[in-house]
Design a protein around this ligand. Structure first.
Ligand SMILES: C[S@@+](CC[C@H](N)C(=O)[O-])C[C@H]1O[C@@H](n2cnc3c(N)ncnc32)[C@H](O)[C@@H]1O
Length: 86
């Protein structure tokens, strides 16, 4: 049992991590980022994955993966994916 199992992180989204923004920042820094609508994004410490689940719904041609050591949060994320946000 991890601390985040006892006190789950809130289901939040973070616009600063959206592939659109990351691609703009990357280009401004001289990189050649993947197209936001066809990218692969890994969230290390994703909690329940609210942030990547929301982005996955908006960018169906991209792929999103999340890793977290809090089993309860991963189960929450799986339930959201299975039944939707409602
Ligand atoms: C502040 S929360 C961020 C959640 C999510 N990325 C978001 O922005 O909504 C940090 C998360 O990292 C996870 N975490 C911390 N250290 C970790 C590790 N070494 N391996 C896997 N997950 C880890 C915690 O369980 C927690 O869910």
């Amino acid at each position: 049992m991890r601390l985040y199992d006892e006190l789950p992180y809130p289901l939040l989204t973070h616009s600063s991590t959206h592939p659109d923004r990351l691609a703009v920042v990357g280009r401004l820094m001289g990189m050649k980022p993947a197209a936001p609508d066809r990218c692969h994004l890994l969230d290390l410490g994703c909690g329940a994955g609210a942030n990547i689940i929301a982005m996955a719904e908006l960018l169906p041609e991209s792929s999103f993966a999340g890793i977290d050591y809090s089993e309860s949060q991963i189960e929450t994320g799986k339930a959201i994916v299975a039944r939707g946000w409602g």
